[in-house]
Design a protein around this ligand. Structure first.
Ligand code: MG
Length: 200
């Protein structure tokens, strides 16, 4: 029997992203953002044009802070994924650029050894606004996506993918998530969701 595929996002699902980015940006550019100010539209958040936002994003991706945040995966992620691996095929679908592939794949093998059978880099930033994960999820037969971004969640849910909207973050608050999107506030809730799914 073919096993169902669960796709997992990296940033803000396996490791923190916006808190260290806010710290770095505040330090370098004199802003005073908190993690709760963050959302996906960085030019708007930073009040700069797209070119300048890309320059700042480049600084972030090349910073020590970017690397350091990989050292502490989000609580419970590994244990729950090890459990899920017994029943599902697990893959990564990240918005990160392919340019991070070498670092990201090495890090995944160190912190999540032999958990993921494939890693897909969607390159949301390179492809321009509006690029989403639904195409790669559909092309690779993904049934479930664990994701913190509302925009990605809705884009994938629209294509029939079950989305577990990860975290109770300021940037993913929404009054009506619809039928295909379920909020899970942490990895323990992810585990419980799949226990229920598998027993059906
Ligand atoms: Mg994310």
């Amino acid at each position: 029997m073919n096993r169902k595929i669960v796709a997992v996002d990296i940033d803000e699902v396996l490791i923190p992203h916006n808190a260290p980015l806010a710290d770095l940006h505040n330090r370098l550019f004199g802003t005073s953002h908190t993690v709760d100010d963050y959302h996906d539209d960085w030019p708007l958040l930073w009040s700069v044009n797209r070119e300048e936002a890309e320059r700042r994003a480049e600084i972030w991706w090349n910073s020590e802070e970017w690397k350091q945040r990989h050292e502490r995966p989000i609580d419970g992620s590994l244990a729950v994924l090890q459990d899920l691996q017994k029943k599902y095929d697990l893959v990564i679908v990240t918005g990160r650029s392919k340019r991070t592939a070498e670092f990201t794949e090495k890090w995944l093998e160190e912190y999540f050894p032999s958990i993921f059978s494939n890693v897909h880099f969607v390159g949301i930033w390179e492809e321009g606004l509006g690029k989403n994960k639904s195409e790669v999820c559909l092309n690779t037969g993904v049934s479930y996506l664990i994701e913190d971004s509302l925009e990605q969640a809705f884009a994938c849910a629209e294509k029939g993918i079950e989305v577990l909207l990860f975290g109770d973050y300021n940037w993913n608050k929404h009054d009506s998530l619809g039928q295909k999107v379920v909020r899970v506030k942490d990895w323990q809730e992810v585990g419980r969701y799949f226990e229920k799914d598998y027993s059906n």
